[in-house]
Design a protein around this ligand. Structure first.
Ligand SMILES: Cc1cc2nc3c(=O)[nH]c(=O)nc-3n(C[C@H](O)[C@H](O)[C@H](O)COP(=O)(O)OP(=O)(O)OC[C@H]3O[C@@H](n4cnc5c(N)ncnc54)[C@H](O)[C@@H]3O)c2cc1C
Length: 488
């Protein structure tokens, strides 16, 4: 779907439809052609802010913190009951605060993402909510750092940080529209049990992952549908050491990292098995349900993430197809538990302790921004005259390695949503080239983008200017003062 089709569909959404895929469901899911209900116009209460951040996920939490700390009156709108987003629901661990260093002899290991992202890890560390920056001893060519988190502690810690920063936190609130004044967003429309409201602001940051705000604002986008959708599970009553022994006994350990687990250092915190080397009964069934054997953990008897993948036939913005995928993924979760119980010693009494509240995706809508980061930009380690952060990890390492153990820069332009005056985007919704996206979409990159977008939005609001009128020197200076690391 593109912008035009989206606008057409928005017109049709006044009609409630039923997902009629279940056997025996006689409800007619089709919208009757020419049948429309005209919603009466309504006066909505208005709230006024400097900055509105849409989506309290991986990037949005950091964006809201950054904006509020610049003294911008900031509202954060999140449809779920907690902050965190995909970092607590789909991702295995935070990848990677560091450059990739071992593949290039002589290159120094250095932490390239700092600022608020690191501050969150420091806060988690104090309450036993992370493994710390655990170095991979196998996988990614030994050349990465995996920072696993306790997903529930992450939600609480980030919630507390937002409250401390004075962010007006609207959870259980859906962003449902944009109020436009030409190419400028005047406000956003929200829905919650407190009713429908309008939030006016001077600057906006879209961190909804799917680019909902950008789409409502009329920005250009495409829907590549180039990744499977996933519902991950947390599996309890397992034995991490025995899972390791099981993989080892089949010479199948493909990823391994050690860090803090249940308060003790130097424990296994990340594991992955090579499916083809595992018993055929396990590997064939796991293949059929799209199960990944990678997991991380912060606790002795818990696998934090076991992922079940499903390739959707159409875009994951199609509600009725998503309903089918949600059911299919839950069937796959049940099957995954059966496999662990049957084949993996120490997991005989395993059970599902957590599921993603909804399916996760690595990319929904791809929003057109002023600059599109290319694969060459990433692997050549290019920097720009408007860098807002640097990053040094590629999900396909060692196949795609950033040259010379270096970093590349994410330019401010890559966050400016094309044709909209006062809207920035951060997170998985930017970067069209899939190979480049395999780097920019990673959690730690999204968090860095969030810090830059939130800071820029606050500065724009303070100066009452559009995103393109902000002086780069001012943004850079503020980012440096708030702990962001640069290499050029
Ligand atoms: C299965 C899977 C595994 C992954 N594994 C890793 C990994 O191991 N390491 C790694 O670094 N990265 C990994 N990633 C990538 C990474 O997790 C994501 O790219 C990143 O977390 C996306 O961050 P985001 O801020 O763009 O979106 P999100 O974190 O998803 O945040 C979006 C937020 O917006 C909210 N929202 C959306 N629409 C609305 C609306 N209309 N109104 C109000 N709120 C709304 C959502 O509820 C959500 O909280 C993985 C991704 C997936 C899907």
């Amino acid at each position: 779907m593109n912008r035009r089709e989206f606008n057409k569909q928005m017109l049709m959404l006044g009609i409630g439809t039923q997902a009629a895929f279940a056997k025996g469901n006689k409800a007619d899911a089709r919208i009757q052609l020419g049948s429309f209900y005209e919603e009466p116009a309504k006066k909505l209460p208005v709230r006024k802010f400097d900055v509105v951040v849409a989506g309290a996920g991986t990037a949005g939490v950091v964006a809201a913190l950054a904006a509020a700390r610049q003294d911008a009156k900031t509202a954060l709108i999140e449809v779920k009951g907690y902050p965190g987003g995909t970092v607590t629901e789909g991702g295995t661990a935070l990848h990677s605060f560091y450059n990739l260093w071992k593949a290039f002899p002589g290159v120094k290991k250095r932490q390239v993402v700092r600022g608020i992202a690191q501050e969150i890890i420091d806060r988690l560390m104090k309450v036993g909510g992370t493994t710390g920056h655990a170095e991979m001893s196998k996988g990614y060519d030994f050349d990465s750092v995996c920072t696993a988190i306790d997903t529930e502690i992450y939600k609480l810690v980030t919630f507390e940080m937002l409250a401390e920063a004075g962010v007006f936190i609207c959870v259980n609130t859906l962003l449902a529209g944009a109020v436009m004044d030409g190419s400028r967003i005047r406000g956003v429309i929200t829905e919650s049990r407190s009713g429908r409201e309008v939030f006016y602001a001077k600057a906006f940051v879209d961190c909804t992952a799917y680019g909902d705000l950008s789409a409502y604002a009329g920005a250009d986008f495409s829907e590549p549908n180039d990744y499977p959708v996933v519902n991950s599970i947390g599996v309890a009553n397992v034995n991490v050491e025995k899972y390791y022994e099981f993989l080892k006994s089949h010479d199948a350990v493909s990823q391994l990292a050690k860090g803090i687990r249940s308060g003790k250092n130097n424990q296994i915190v990340r594991l992955q098995g090579n499916l083809v080397k595992l018993p055929p009964g396990f590997s064939e069934q796991a293949g059929k349900i799209g199960m990944s054997t990678v997991t991380t953990t912060v606790h002795d008897n818990y696998f934090m993430f076991i992922k079940l993948n499903f390739k959707m036939p159409v875009s994951p913005t199609n509600r009725d197809e998503v309903a089918k995928a949600e059911l299919e993924l839950r069937r796959r979760q049940a099957k995954a538990i059966e496999l662990f119980r049957e084949y993996v010693p120490g997991c005989e009494k395993a059970f599902i302790a957590r599921t993603s509240p909804k399916l996760c995706i690595r990319r929904g809508r791809l929003i057109t921004c002023d600059y599109d980061i290319s694969h060459e930009d990433v692997i050549e380690g290019r920097h720009f005259d408007d860098d807002i952060m640097v990053y040094g990890f590629h999900d396909f390492a060692p196949r795609f390695q950033i040259k010379n153990g270096a970093t590349y820069g994410i330019p401010y332009r890559a966050l400016c949503v094309a044709r909209i005056e006062n809207l920035l985007a951060a997170g998985m919704m930017i970067t069209s080239d899939k190979r480049a996206h395999m780097s920019t979409r990673n959690t730690v990159s999204c968090m860095g983008q969030g810090q830059a977008a939130g800071t820029a939005a606050a500065l724009c609001a303070g100066k009452n200017c559009g995103t393109r009128d902000l002086q780069y020197a001012t943004l850079r200076d503020t980012l440096e003062k708030t702990g962001v690391y640069f290499e050029t």
